[in-house]
Design a protein around this ligand. Structure first.
Ligand code: AMP
Length: 538
């Protein structure tokens, strides 16, 4: 066979060649816009000229601080195809973390959405490497003290040409993008994605047995483009010329449901909280989600009750699992052909698992003695991964690399079981397991069972230090508005009894208005653990 480098340039050029008339829809701070892949391609070329003008060299890091919109998509291709590295910065991090990751990545240019400028202004005096700030606005630039500052649209208009000869001599292992993931302790950790990883990951997302991304799709990533490349969907969608819908700033449930209905979205993707938020709008008939062939739910467990509720609406949930270190797609929960004959109960149990390993990857599930566990759906172990789109290290962080990547495998920190069919179920994060009397209690199982109660909107279970048992589970529960004040601890415990082992029953049920969330919309159990650390010790 030929030696052939897998580069994002081929993804971009294919989109122009075959899908120039297909549409990309984008919502920005200033309005809504639709253009074609042809327009997109030419703006990407102009952007490459702009990078050159700004003195960006191959291998340099270019930061983005932006929502899901067309300009962010242009950067997704222009920066890596030019030979530089796209660093997508999580806009929801704390200011110190934002400054840390920009300095650690040594970003030279920052592209910032107009409404997010104040967040960068707040840390600008701490940024050591940034040479240019480019503001992405629909009209005139907002007033700012960032220096030197440019307008994205002005730079594009003045670019030398609307075509660009992207380098074809890049090695496929050239870094294309990077993203930082927050760690339980210490600073965020950087993960670098190569061209090869992003192309192969896009192909994997297009497989019929995974997400089945295809030309006919209208794809809306609700998952932010600053979080693991919006799960790789913008790359995969461009590869096959799917219509893209980029929902823009602060997507709330009404906006998400409206865009799905108006734009006839076929595939949407986001964390469970998003879909829990949209559920009442669908149930009340305010919006129709009939165009959806699937909603990809990942980042946290899709509970069985969520999957069932969407089934009742005729919207299939496709449960998937991954992490920043894995680009992210690792597991997808599609039933095998003969499983379609199973009864509803067994099918739901399988779909609530995180699913089968995506082709191209290898996994081990290793118990505390270092042995591979039995595939019996009971024995627990840590999930280890390797493959062409699994990171091999943390960026410039030998210490934490040594911990997580020992022996050539990524040790995910996720405790799982594997059933006889090979379906993996995430039992917990290593650090979220509740250790009571030396035995493990799965906080995820407890949460999912509690969330099946009709009055419960959200539930997070944490382990709280206990003088006798080492730790005991405590359930933090948010009730649906109409049930607030009408459901108590006893009712939740009665609902759980018989469904989980007696010693798993939470010692406390705390009712909250809201569960604190992390920067990417997951339950922040760290905050809850800190808040209730002394519950049993007075
Ligand atoms: P992040 O790197 O922020 O995307 O977080 C990755 C972590 O999210 C994984 O290690 C899991 O603990 C968790 N996660 C991702 N997808 C799922 C899922 N479908 N079910 C349960 N946990 C998940």
């Amino acid at each position: 066979m030929m030696r052939y480098n897998l580069l994002l340039k081929s993804v971009l050029e294919r989109a122009l060649k075959y899908y120039s008339r297909k549409a990309i829809y984008s919502r920005t701070f200033g309005g809504e816009k639709e253009y074609t892949y042809r327009d997109f391609y030419h703006r990407v070329c102009r952007l490459a000229w702009v990078l050159k003008e700004l003195g960006v060299k191959r291998g340099a890091r270019v930061g983005t601080f932006a929502w899901n919109n067309h300009r962010h998509l242009e950067l997704y291709f222009a920066v890596p195809c030019f030979g530089a590295v796209l660093h997508t910065i999580n806009i929801r991090l704390f200011p110190e973390q934002i400054a840390y990751i920009i300095n650690h990545a040594e970003d030279e240019v920052l592209f910032i959405d107009e409404d997010l400028v104040p967040l960068i202004e707040a840390v600008a005096d701490k940024l050591a490497t940034v040479r240019h700030y480019v503001i992405m606005a629909d009209g005139a630039l907002p007033p700012t003290n960032l220096k030197p500052v440019h307008s994205y649209e002005d730079l594009l208009s003045s670019a030398s040409s609307e075509t660009y000869e992207f380098p074809g001599d890049l090695d496929e292992y050239t870094p294309a993008a990077m993203c930082y993931t927050t760690a339980t302790t210490g600073n965020p950790k950087g993960v670098v994605y190569t061209h090869r990883a992003l192309v192969l990951h896009s192909m994997a997302a297009c497989m019929v047995d995974t997400l089945a991304v295809c030309e006919q799709d209208v794809i809306m990533p609700v998952v932010p483009m600053f979080h693991v490349n919006a799960w790789g969907l913008p790359f995969a969608a461009t590869m096959v010329g799917a219509t893209q819908v980029l929902p823009g700033p602060r997507p709330d449930p009404h906006l998400i449901c409206r865009l799905i209905q108006e734009r006839k979205v076929t595939l949407a993707a986001g964390v469970p909280t998003i879909w829990l938020g949209c559920l009442p709008l669908y149930e009340s008939g305010q919006y129709s989600g009939q165009s959806l062939r699937a909603v990809v739910v990942g980042g946290s467990a899709a509970s069985r009750s969520l999957i069932e509720a969407y089934d009742r609406l005729g919207i299939p949930i496709l449960h998937a699992y991954g992490m920043t270190e894995t680009t992210p797609l690792v597991l997808a929960s599609r039933l095998k052909s003969y499983m379609q004959e199973w009864d509803g109960e067994r099918k739901y149990a399988a779909r609530a698992r995180q699913g089968l390993l995506v082709p191209g990857l290898e996994m081990r599930v290793v118990n505390e003695r270092g042995e591979d566990v039995q595939w019996n759906g009971r024995e627990m172990g840590e999930l280890w991964l390797r493959g062409p789109w699994i990171a091999g290290e943390y960026y410039r962080d030998p210490e934490r690399t040594a911990e997580a990547f020992a022996g050539g495998w990524l040790r995910t920190g996720d405790i799982v079981t594997v059933d006889e069919e090979g379906y993996v179920a995430i039992v917990d994060r290593t650090k979220d397991l509740v250790k009571s009397g030396g035995e493990w209690i799965s906080s995820v199982d407890l949460e999912n069972t509690i969330m099946a109660h009709p009055a419960v909107q959200e539930a997070a279970v944490i382990g709280v230090p206990h003088p006798k048992w080492q730790e005991r589970p405590v359930a933090c529960v948010v009730l649906k508005p109409e049930f607030r004040g009408r459901v108590g601890k006893e009712e939740i415990l009665a609902f759980l009894s018989g469904k989980v082992a007696k010693w798993w029953l939470p010692d406390e049920v705390i009712f909250l208005e809201e569960i604190p969330k992390t920067s990417v919309g997951k339950f922040s159990k760290r905050v809850l653990r800190e808040r209730y650390a002394h519950l049993f010790s007075g």
